[in-house]
Design a protein around this ligand. Structure first.
Ligand code: SF4
Length: 304
């Protein structure tokens, strides 16, 4: 640890205590940010954690829709996002207005929204999901028509796994789109004993080459298995930090060093400290939107 970081970390931890705050970080955050967090996880784990924390203040080290979800679940808490420019390009590929138009074309459809959506879009949806629970959720859904938003690749994967046809929105994650099947083929040759594990936001050609398709939380659990000694990892690069930290002696090979989400990397230790000092920027969802969005998120959390 650099001295610069040691001083910063001390200040963050001290102020966190004084503010009664909890720091939640997504698996794609910078390593040094993950290391100061009280909890590191995927979107589902982070929402579950936000819903049950007793802290008065949540410092959300992730992107905007994640902080919004925490605010939807905990309206009485102060939810801080250390950099409000940390958005999600995939979430921005759909708006509430465009969804309303689509719903008019499919009035019978049940709308399943990926958690990577704005609060306004969640408010227009019937049920929310994450990559960790979407297969189970769609499997158990009693609907003649399903409209799945906004990730076409995740939707395509779920459709293949469940055998259910879904109307897909043409969104995608630009970071996961950088993961190339050709590179996985090369890595399979290079590391024949390695398990290939990819995120379901990857393109179908990539998913077809994988041994396992898992959320980031699922990847962390899978990596702990005794039989997994080498793992080719097809998701955002930030997770490699956690995988290596939790599994010393095992080998983790990223499919692409370019699979970096620039939004996730906007959160730095300096910004976390500044956010705790100033108690801003706060993310808050208006009550009308919040209650409708919460109904969709609550249904997801009941399923787990
Ligand atoms: S990795 Fe992709 S889906 Fe996740 S926040 Fe970044 S752009 Fe959005």
């Amino acid at each position: 640890m650099e001295n610069r970081d040691a001083g910063l970390i001390e200040k963050i931890l001290d102020l966190k205590k004084r503010r009664g705050a909890v720091i939640l970080a997504h698996n794609y955050q910078l390593g040094e940010v993950q290391d100061i967090a009280d909890f590191v996880g995927d979107s589902l784990e982070l929402s579950q954690n936000a819903a049950k924390t007793n802290a008065n203040v949540i410092v959300f080290c992730g992107v905007h829709f994640m902080a919004e979800t925490a605010s939807i679940l905990c309206p009485d808490k102060v939810v801080l996002l250390p950099d409000t420019n940390a958005g999600c390009p995939m979430a921005d590929m759909i708006t509430a207005e465009r969804l309303r138009e689509m719903k008019k074309e499919h009035p019978q459809a049940v709308v399943v929204c990926y958690i990577n959506t704005s609060a306004e879009v969640k408010a227009e949806s019937d049920i929310c999901c994450t990559s960790a629970n979407v297969v189970k959720l769609v499997e158990n859904l009693d609907a003649r028509e399903i409209l799945f938003i906004p990730d076409q690749y995740l939707g395509n994967y779920v459709s293949a796994r469940t055998g259910k046809e879904m109307i897909l929105w043409p969104g995608f994650c630009p970071t996961h789109a950088r993961i190339q099947p050709e590179r996985i083929k090369e890595l399979k040759q290079e590391y024949p004993r390695a398990k290939v594990v990819v995120h379901p936001e990857c393109r179908p050609e990539v998913i077809a080459l994988a041994d396992e398709v898992l959320s980031t939380g699922g990847m962390c659990r899978y990596a702990r298995r005794d039989e997994v000694l080498e793992m080719v990892v097809g998701t955002e690069l930030g997770i490699i930090h956690r995988l290596r930290k939790e599994n010393p002696g095992k080998r983790f090979i990223p499919v692409s060093e370019q699979a970096i989400c620039p939004n996730m990397k906007l959160i730095t230790l300096e910004k976390v400290l500044w956010s705790l000092e100033e108690m801003r920027p706060e993310v808050k969802v208006s009550q009308g939107v919040r209650l409708r969005a919460k109904a969709a998120v609550d249904k997801m959390l009941q399923i787990g």
